[in-house]
Structure formats: structure tokens, C-alpha cells
Write a protein that binds this ligand. Structure first.
Ligand SMILES: Cc1cc2nc3c(=O)[nH]c(=O)nc-3n(C[C@H](O)[C@H](O)[C@H](O)COP(=O)(O)OP(=O)(O)OC[C@H]3O[C@@H](n4cnc5c(N)ncnc54)[C@H](O)[C@@H]3O)c2cc1C
Length: 459
């Protein structure tokens, strides 16, 4: 009876997705949600009556029911019936979308590249001014086009923006701007992509909307009492805006550490909130980028790589516990592989911490009118709190109803499971030890391999 429990599970999951899709379609109000739920019951019953021999068939029946009764009415309402039909739609014109578009173009495939901003590379345009790549330029380029040779090993934010602009020009990519994709749904053998200003039907959809799309903002007690300013790192531009102010940066990821450094350089009184043990690695070892070492030693067992990184870190930084930084039990490589989070790649913050110019404080217990109370019982008076607390993908909204495509944290599963999502691709969502931009180039080529005929144009 194994198939029966799987089927029951599939059916329950399906009922939940109906509910969610119906709510998403109707904004939680009455009729359509009710119709969707009723149709689900009747379809599930008929699927039950026709219990075929395999779970897959039943799951497919439920999926079809979902499309017929929930998704179809949803896009009919929005006059999507006239959607244009093409080979592929790429959502997002950041590095991942541009790389994929360049690869598809070489294969002669027709596609639309949809971008909600009015220029390419909008994430990089909006990052803080001090930012440089922490991966080396010769391991961060998109397919076919290296970064210009005159740039430093770690190009600046503006260099990356310029590179993306010239990449789009060189490859003749013409994104459709101001086009915010709201929903991607199955439409029989094809996919339907619904944006604020149009709709497209395609055999393939590539989601390249970015790993860092929706700011994650933790909830703390009494935050509303605080009289100072609270902003997410997404809205932080430069330390010049905070000179002489008391600023707490929350989060010891790469953004948090570099923003703390920037604030310190610009004359703010900075503290960095590190609530638990972390891994810190130097950006370069004996002048060689840590990323390059990671790539070169990819063949060796993870435990050895972690041991070497640990030794290097100890050699460069010493024991950081006296400055309030405890070492994570898990090594840097295991951290990336298991948690998809990148260790702190130091670009100068640790030196400032050791000099006492950046204070390290533990986690926040609660906010007060004048600042925060930390878990060690100490209160800190503050003017500003910068939340470098990360992002989520926001994919669950765009892919509402496609329950089995995303994991519990909203990231795409490694490979979209059959039969629910053939033709749905993700580029730029896998945090790897060798750098996300490098991985994007690999994934873009892999998507093109999956979609198109052998490459015809060779350069
Ligand atoms: C501060 C910071 C520093 C980083 N430094 C490095 C580094 O040094 N090296 C490295 O390899 N990686 C780095 N990364 C990782 C980074 O995610 C990649 O460099 C790269 O920007 C990812 O490209 P992407 O195209 O996947 O996402 P993004 O650059 O975020 O591009 C996504 C695009 O999709 C568009 N979009 C989103 N939603 C929609 C929608 N619904 N409809 C239409 N368009 C949409 C956005 O407007 C955006 O243009 C860094 C990330 C951050 C946040």
C-alpha cells in the first residue's frame, strides 16, 4: 500500500496548493477560491475513482485538475489567451539572465528577456558604493566575454555594472524593461509567464531573478520603540551618510562586515553584531585569491580543504575569540555545502576589529527607545541600525501552486522533479565555494545545452 500513502500525501499537498493558489488568485476573497476548492474536491474524487496503478499517474491527474480549475481561470481573467508563443522566456537581466540569453542566442533560439528595472544589472547598480567583487575577475566572467584586462583582480561595483552593460551590447541582448513578472504557471505542455505589461507562452522558462531578491528582516521585541533609524543593507549606499553617528550593523556575512568597515572608514562609531560562531577566511593567501585555491583543490576531500582553510585562517588572523568572534565548528567548505551560506571573506574588517575601531557585540535581545539590549545584558545607545540579515529568493510568490519545485526555504531544489516541471530552469540560485558568478556561467551554458541544438556559431 506504499503507493496509497504517497498518493494521499500527494493529494493533501495538492489540496494545500489549490487553497494557496486560490487565495493568491482572489486575494483571499470568496467566490473563486470556493470554486477552486470545490473543483479540487470533485477532481480528486474522480482521480480517486479512477485510481490507476501508479502514484505518478494520479499526481499528474491532480496537477491537470489544478491547471484546469485554478490556473486557467486565473490567467483567463487577465486576458492572457493572446499571449505570444516563443521558445523561451528568461526572467531577470542581471548576470544570470544575460549569460543565459547570450548562450541561447548562439543557438538561434527565440526568447524574451524580461526585466523589471529599466536597465540591466539593477542589483549591482544598487549595491553599496564601496563594494568590489570578492571573487577574482578571471573566475567571475560570463560566457564568451572576459572582464577587461586593465581592471584590478577584484573589480569595483561600477566596473561590474559597466561590464554587464557592455556584455548586453556585445551580444545584442535587448531586454524588455519595466516588465515585472508576477507569475509563472504551467499551461499544458508549455509555460505561461504573466508580467505587469504582457504575457508570454513558452516551452522553457528560465528564472534568473536572483538569490538576493527580497530582504530578510528579523523580528525583535520592542523594535517599534526605537527612535533611531533602521535600514536593510539593500538600502545602504555609503558610510558618508552616517559620519559621527553610532551605528550597529547586524549580521556578520560579507555585506555586514564590509558595511561595518565602510562606516568605520567614514568616521562612524560602529559595532558589529555577531550572534554566533562564524568562519572567517582571508580573501587572498600569499597573493593568491582564496577562490582560485578553492577551484584548484576541488578534487581533494572536503575535510582536507577545510583543514587547510582553517590553518590559513589561524595563521592570518590568530585566535579571534578575545575579540568576541568564536570559530564555527563546521569548516568553511562544509558551511557552504550544507548551509548554502558563504563564510566571511575578510577585506579589512578584522584588522579594524583588532585595533578596537569596530566593536563586536553578541545577538540582540530586544530594542529599546535609545538602542538595543544585547544577549549579554549590555545596552547600547544607537542612532542607526543596519540590518545585513540577508535575503530570500521570493520565488514562492512567482511560482505559487508549484509546491514541489522549491525547498522549505524557498530555494529551487537541485533538479526540478519530473513530471511537474519539465521546461522550468533556474540559473543563479546555487551558492558554491567557487563563486556564484562562475557558477552562473556554468549553469547558463548547461541550460542552453538542455534547450537547443548543438552550437552553430563558434568564436
Ligand atoms: C553585496 C553582494 C556582493 C556579491 N559579491 C559577489 C562576488 O564577489 N562574486 C560572486 O560570484 N557573487 C557575488 N554576489 C552574488 C550575486 O548574487 C551575483 O554576483 C550576481 O549578481 C547574481 O546574479 P543574478 O542575475 O542571479 O541576480 P541579480 O544580479 O540579483 O539579478 C536579478 C535580476 O532579476 C530582476 N528581477 C527580479 N525579479 C524580477 C521579476 N519578478 N520580473 C522581472 N525581473 C526581475 C532584477 O531586477 C535583477 O535585474 C554578491 C551578492 C551581493 C548581494
Amino acid at each position: 500500500m506504499g503507493w496509497f500513502s504517497s498518493w494521499t500525501h500527494a493529494r493533501r499537498a495538492h489540496a494545500r496548493s489549490h487553497d494557496r493558489a486560490a487565495r493568491a488568485c482572489t486575494g483571499e476573497t470568496g467566490a473563486a477560491a470556493l470554486v477552486a476548492r470545490e473543483s479540487e474536491t470533485s477532481c480528486a474524487n474522480s482521480a480517486e475513482r479512477n485510481q490507476t496503478t501508479t502514484t505518478t499517474t494520479t499526481t499528474r491527474a491532480l496537477q491537470q485538475c489544478h491547471e484546469q480549475h485554478v490556473l486557467r481561470p486565473w490567467y483567463r481573467d487577465r486576458a492572457v489567451e493572446s499571449a505570444r508563443s516563443i521558445d523561451a522566456v528568461i526572467v531577470g537581466a542581471g548576470p544570470a539572465g544575460l549569460a543565459t540569453a547570450a548562450c541561447l542566442k548562439r543557438r538561434g533560439l527565440s526568447f524574451e528577456l524580461l526585466e523589471r528595472a529599466d536597465q540591466v544589472g539593477s542589483s549591482w547598480r544598487n549595491h553599496y558604493a564601496r563594494l568590489h567583487l570578492h571573487t577574482a575577475r578571471n573566475h567571475s566572467a560570463l560566457p564568451f566575454t572576459p572582464f577587461p584586462k586593465h581592471l584590478p583582480t577584484y573589480p569595483s561595483r561600477q566596473d561590474v555594472v559597466d561590464y554587464l552593460e557592455s556584455y548586453a551590447r556585445e551580444h545584442g541582448l535587448e531586454p524588455r524593461f519595466d516588465t515585472d513578472v508576477q507569475r509563472v504557471a504551467r499551461d499544458g505542455e508549455r509555460w505561461i509567464v504573466l508580467a505587469t505589461n504582457g504575457a508570454w507562452r513558452a516551452k522553457h522558462v528560465v528564472l534568473a531573478t536572483g538569490y538576493n531578491r527580497v530582504p530578510r528582516v528579523p523580528v525583535w521585541p520592542d523594535r517599534e520603540l526605537f527612535r533611531g533609524r533602521v535600514l536593510h543593507s539593500r538600502d545602504y549606499r555609503t558610510g558618508k551618510d552616517f559620519t559621527k553617528q553610532r551605528v550597529l550593523v547586524v549580521g556578520a556575512g560579507n555585506s555586514g562586515a564590509e558595511i561595518a568597515l565602510d562606516l568605520c572608514e567614514q568616521g562612524a562609531a560602529v559595532s558589529l553584531c555577531i550572534r554566533g560562531p562564524i568562519n572567517v577566511i582571508p580573501r587572498d593567501l600569499l597573493g593568491i585569491p582564496a577562490q582560485a585555491i578553492g577551484i584548484a583543490t576541488g578534487w581533494q576531500p572536503d575535510a582536507i580543504t577545510d583543514f587547510i582553510m582553517r590553518m590559513a585562517s589561524r595563521l592570518v588572523f590568530g585566535d579571534l575569540s578575545k575579540w568576541g568572534i568564536e570559530r564555527k565548528k563546521k569548516g568553511p567548505l562544509r558551511q557552504i555545502l550544507d548551509e548554502q551560506s558563504i563564510p566571511l571573506i575578510d577585506v579589512g574588517t578584522i584588522r579594524r576589529i583588532k585595533k578596537g575601531e569596530i566593536a563586536v557585540v553578541p545577538g540582540i535581545e530586544r530594542f529599546t527607545e535609545r538602542g538595543v539590549l544585547c544577549t549579554d545584558g549590555r545596552a547600547h545607545k544607537l542612532d542607526v541600525v543596519v540590518l545585513a540579515t540577508g535575503y530570500t529568493t521570493g520565488l514562492a510568490t512567482i511560482l505559487a501552486g508549484l509546491d514541489d519545485v522549491l525547498d522549505a526555504k524557498g530555494y529551487p531544489r537541485a533538479a526540478p522533479p519530473e513530471p511537474s516541471s519539465p521546461g522550468l530552469h533556474f540559473v543563479g540560485f546555487a551558492n558554491v565555494p567557487t563563486g556564484l558568478l562562475r557558477q552562473i556561467a556554468i549553469q547558463a551554458r548547461a541550460v542552453a545545452d538542455a534547450l537547443g541544438p548543438p552550437q552553430l556559431v563558434v568564436r
